[in-house]
Ligand binder design. Structure first.
Ligand code: 5GP
Ligand code: MN
Length: 318
C-alpha cells in the first residue's frame, strides 16, 4: 500500500543523514531522480549521500551527478530513499542500505514489490522524476538545477514525451520546469539525437544480427562481448539499440540480448499495446513497465534466447 507524500515528507523532515540510491546500470531517470532529491534534501539542510554505479557520460551534465559515490560505505544513515527501483535486487551492491536503514521506496515500475517501510509507487507515472516533482510540490522550492534534473528524467523515460506514459500532467510538469530557463534543446540533443561513433558502430552490428519472426511482428537481435569489443565498445554503449529494433515497421515487440559479462546476458524488451513485456520479464526474475522491461539471464545465447523468444511469440499469438 502507498503512503502519502505528506507522510513521506514528514519522515524526511525528522531525519538528518539520508542516503539516496537508484538502480544498477543507472539510466536518465535513475540518475536525475537521485540528483534532484539530493539537491532538494540539501536545501532542507540534510546530510546527503547518493550512491549509484558509474554514471554514463550522457548524464554527467545533470547537476549534482559529480558528487555521486560509486562505492558502498560503512556510514550509518537515519533514512534511505530508493528511487526508480522495482525491487531490492535492482539496487545491486547498495541493497545493504535497505537492511540497515528505514527505507522510503519511490518508483513508477508496475512490477514494484513495495519493499520499503514507506512506499510511493505509481505505475502510471511517466517517470520517477515526475513523482519527485510531485513530492517536492509545496515542500521544497524548485530551482534551475533541480528543474534541469527533473526535466532530464522525464524526457528520458518518456522518449521525449512520446511514450504512452506521457500524460497531460507530465506536460504540465515539463512546462513548469521550462520556466527555470533550462537548456532543453541541449538536453534533448544529448539524450536522443546524438550518439558516439562506438554506439553507431554497435548499432550497425546489432541491426545486421536482427532477425524478424512472427511474420515481421517480432524483432530479435543480440551482441556478444566479442562483437562489442570489435566495435571498441561494451555493454554500456548498447542501451539505445532495442528502440531501433522496435521502430522497425510492422514490429510489435522487440528483444535485444547483450552480454554484460561471459555467461550473464541482459535482455531488453520493448513493445506496443499488444504485448505486456513486464509480465515476461518478471517470469525471468526481471521487471519494468508494460512496454519496456528487462531481465538478466545466465548461460549462453543459445541457452537463454529461445526461452524469452518463446514467451514473446506466445504473447504475440494471443
Ligand atoms: P532497459 O531495457 O532499458 O534496461 O530497461 C527497461 C525498463 O525495465 C526500465 O524501466 C528498467 O528499470 C526495467 N528493468 C530492466 N532490467 C530490469 C531487471 O532486471 N529487473 C527489473 N525489476 N527491472 C528491470
Ligand atoms: Mn524510470
Amino acid at each position: 500500500m502507498n503512503n502519502s507524500f505528506e507522510e513521506i515528507t514528514e519522515i524526511i523532515d525528522e531525519c538528518d543523514s539520508i542516503a539516496v540510491a537508484g538502480h544498477v546500470s543507472p539510466d536518465g531517470d535513475a540518475v536525475s531522480s537521485c540528483c534532484a532529491v539530493a539537491m532538494a534534501l540539501e536545501k532542507k539542510g540534510k546530510q546527503v549521500t547518493v550512491f549509484l554505479e558509474d554514471v554514463p557520460e550522457k548524464f554527467r551534465a545533470v547537476p549534482y551527478s559529480d558528487k555521486i559515490k560509486t562505492e558502498p560505505s560503512d556510514e550509518d544513515f537515519d533514512l534511505f530513499i530508493s528511487l526508480d527501483c522495482g525491487d531490492e535486487g535492482r539496487l545491486g551492491e547498495f541493497t545493504y542500505l535497505i537492511k540497515n536503514t528505514l527505507t522510503v521506496n519511490i518508483d513508477h515500475h508496475v512490477s514494484n514489490t513495495y519493499f520499503g517501510r514507506y512506499n510511493f509507487v505509481d505505475g502510471d507515472a511517466s517517470s520517477t522524476c515526475e513523482l519527485v516533482y510531485r513530492l517536492l510540490d509545496g515542500w521544497c522550492p524548485l530551482d534551475k538545477d533541480i528543474a534541469y534534473a527533473l526535466y532530464t528524467g522525464i524526457i528520458f523515460d518518456t522518449g521525449c514525451f512520446k511514450h504512452s506514459s506521457t500524460s497531460p500532467f507530465t506536460m504540465q510538469a515539463a512546462a513548469e520546469l521550462m520556466t527555470y530557463n533550462i537548456p532543453f534543446t541541449e538536453i534533448q540533443e544529448k539524450l536522443f539525437y546524438s550518439h558516439t561513433p562506438v554506439e553507431a558502430k554497435m548499432l550497425g552490428t546489432a541491426i545486421e544480427n536482427m532477425e524478424l519472426m512472427c511474420g515481421g511482428s517480432l524483432a530479435v537481435s543480440q551482441l556478444s562481448i566479442e562483437e562489442m569489443e570489435k566495435n571498441g565498445g561494451n555493454s554500456k554503449d548498447a542501451d539505445a539499440i532495442v528502440s531501433y529494433l522496435k521502430n522497425t515497421d510492422g514490429v510489435d515487440a522487440a528483444v535485444f540480448f547483450y552480454e554484460k559479462k561471459k555467461g550473464e546476458i541482459k535482455a531488453s524488451m520493448r513493445s506496443n499495446e499488444r504485448v505486456n513485456v513486464s509480465e515476461i520479464a518478471v517470469k525471468f526474475g526481471g521487471g519494468g513497465h508494460v512496454r519496456a522491461s528487462g531481465c538478466t539471464l545466465f548461460g549462453t545465447f543459445e541457452e537463454v534466447m529461445p526461452k524469452v523468444v518463446e514467451e514473446l511469440k506466445r504473447a504475440l499469438e494471443v
